[in-house]
Design a protein. Structure first.
Length: 425
């Protein structure tokens, strides 16, 4: 068998930092898999002072750690073998795998395959499906598409944390069996990026340290529980899966709405079911009913960005522009990451209420998110036209046309402005 040389790996993708005493049985290892958009190692600063050895891994190819990752591995089996070179240095009960989202998927998969002692996953994808949010766009190279059987048969100590604001994450963990070694914590009012929430409330450090404590402290620490979490998996109710498939895969909002109506009746305290019921009604142009459902969701989990966004859309539809602006501002405030769509809709609501300078400032902020989105430039053009800045409007439409080739609406508006400018001259 060929010896595996880890020195050839890209240290920006695979970084091993031993800090303990070589050969000591008290040493522990923390392996952290970064998420899909990580440009640097996740958790590097957070764990800097933790008394354990660390291994940090990134997958910039976004293959869910399955693909041919230049500078790291030629596939999942190759990566598994390279990780094993490190983990074999430690007793398995002294090894913890950790990750969030794509990294959470990897922590679960590699942790179970290598039979390590502890796994901590935040918002992991359990059932890979390109139609679902926060999933790979193409799953053709992913061998392990459903981790549920692996998790349910594992002897590892597994802790999974999800936010109850994210419908797909509720579905992912639906069939995971709670046991002495497997625990799922579903946190009220939290989004997919539940790791960020745990950081803000100063719980993440405690969660990680408790996983390495037995190896460095000589005794088993209690696995920390969290307030405002539930244990109900909804596994006895097939309506959840039906709702997810109807909404995300079939995009049959009428059918999905009937399933969400059933879920709100069965689980009235879960804001996500009310929220998605409202979103389905919005897509069916039932704006008044949609507003009612979203308002109920808001009373349960006010900081849910999505419900504010859709209430903003409803207000925009009803030409209540200042109300729409307030909702889009709240959506931006509560979103863990900046979302371009929120800024563009906010700019539209500002424009329609006559606050043109506010709209321009908001669109300038959206350029910091993406400089290649045609919608931003198109909205710039609409404002410049209202300000009678025809040259700037033409420039904005030219950029919009560049990033949306063949868009007839943009081309027609551009042609009309150019003709008008020539005629005026």
């Amino acid at each position: 068998m060929n010896q595996i040389d880890l020195t050839t790996l890209n240290p920006d993708l695979f970084l091993y930092e031993p800090t303990g005493q070589p050969g000591s049985s008290a040493r522990s290892l923390l392996v952290i898999f970064s998420g899909v958009n990580a440009t640097r190692f996740m958790g590097y600063k957070l764990t800097r002072d933790m008394p354990c050895d660390k291994l940090f891994i990134r997958d910039p190819s976004k293959s869910w750690y399955h693909g041919n990752i230049d500078g790291l591995a030629e596939g999942i089996e190759d990566l598994l073998a390279k990780i094993k070179v490190i983990t074999d240095k430690y007793p398995m009960e002294h090894v913890t795998f950790l990750g969030s989202s794509m990294g959470g998927f990897a922590a679960l998969l590699f942790g179970i395959l290598l039979n390590i002692g502890k796994i901590i996953a935040f918002g992991p994808q359990i059932r890979i499906n390109p139609h679902l949010p926060n999933n790979p766009k193409n799953d053709s190279q992913i061998e392990y598409k459903d981790l549920t059987p692996l998790i349910n048969s594992s002897t590892a100590e597994i802790d999974i944390y999800i936010g109850l604001n994210e419908l797909a994450d509720i579905y992912h963990v639906q069939d995971i069996k709670q046991s002495d070694n497997v625990r799922v914590q579903r946190l009220f009012g939290q989004p997919h990026n539940v790791m960020l929430f745990l950081t803000k409330i100063n719980c993440l450090d405690t969660i990680i340290r408790s996983s390495i404590a037995p190896a460095v402290g000589g005794r088993q620490e209690r696995r920390p529980g969290l307030p405002l979490s539930i244990s109900d998996s909804f596994a006895k109710n097939s309506t959840l899966q039906n709702a997810v498939f109807a909404y995300y895969i079939d995009k049959n909002y009428s059918l999905a709405g009937t399933f969400f109506a059933e879920l709100t009746a069965a689980y009235p305290a879960i804001n996500t079911f009310w929220k998605f019921y409202g979103i389905c009604l919005y897509h069916e142009s039932e704006y008044k009913q949609a507003q009612e459902m979203l308002s109920i969701a808001e009373t349960i989990a006010y900081s849910d960005e999505e419900l504010h966004y859709y209430q903003g859309l409803i207000s925009l539809q009803g030409k209540h522009y200042e109300r729409a602006s307030a909702r889009f501002e709240q959506a931006i405030q509560f979103a863990p990451q900046k979302k371009l769509t929120y800024f563009i809709k906010l700019a539209i609501s500002y424009r329609e209420s006559g606050r043109l300078d506010n709209a321009l400032r908001t669109l300038t902020q959206s350029l910091a998110i993406s400089k290649t989105n045609y919608g931003t430039y198109y909205q710039f053009a609409q404002i410049h036209k209202l300000k009678n800045n025809i040259d700037q409007a033409i420039t904005s439409l030219q950029l919009a046309a560049k990033y949306s080739p063949g868009n007839q609406q943009i081309l027609q508006e551009l042609h009309a402005l150019e003709c008008n400018r020539v005629y005026t001259i």
